[in-house]
Design a protein. Sequence first.
Length: 327
Amino acid sequence: MIMKKYFSLFALLCVFVCCSQEKETVKKTVQNESPILLADPTIFFDNGVYYLYGTTTGETPLNGEGFMVYTSTDLKKWKGPVGAQNGLALKKGDAFGTKGFWAPQVFKYNNKFYMIYTADENIAIASSENPLGPFKSDFKAPMFNLGNQIDPFVFVDQDGRKYLYHVRLTNGNRIFVAELKDDLSGIKDETLKECISGTLPWENTQNVSWPVTEGPTVLKHNDLYYMIYSANDFRNPDYAVGYATAKSPYGPWEKAADSPIISKKDVGINGAGHGDVFYDKKGKMKYVLHTHFSNSGVSPRKAGIIDIDFEGTKIKANAKSFVLLNE
């Protein structure tokens, strides 16, 4: 009788353990299969950690409240949002902006972390002592007032000069450049110059009256400047990534004949574009970007990574390397 009692208890214990393990497995599976829902993503690497920021869209929690941040040490498993303020690296109210928090870029300058971003269709900057934030600014105002502009990107040349590439909303989304002041407080107005606009067939597949080129990333390789950018409206399935080259930060920019280099045919999902270049721990060049949620719905958009590299004077993407984050 006693043996039967112990056997029954042992059997119940086994069932409990098995059920617990099953629940834990399901929990882990659900967690691992939850995609990271960010548009206009950027990855900043610092001290062994990858920090992922971007635009929240659709019904995503914290949408419109600032910028979330996720972290990873291997680009495979991501934690977050883990920003200093309930998941947010920059919280509305701590810096300029009331709505439309889009397309952040984070960089380090003079031992401080900076976030340059869009809000209220203007460009602003905030700083922090930590990539997790909180990013704040005492001056809750745009960096400059020259009409509506979005999608900022700071490029620092080898001579130390800093350039702000951005998009001005004037007869289309057009990419401009201007030299930044040394204290990052604004641009040198006299240096403002247009770079490119949407003039090629792949850049305007729906033949709209407001062509779109946006999301610039600029880098230098073998004394040649490269601008990686996206074209078409982000809701267009043909939203895609191309590039242009120049011998000066101001241009003139020559668009690559092999563009687009990343599109729906490469990644298998509509709306591939608007990302940023980063290098992994091994120095391998990668591009983080967003796609539509699915081929039948745009938002909330998903973040993914694809390998890219230089081949001579060209940039090539490895379509087989594309992965959506946390999927």
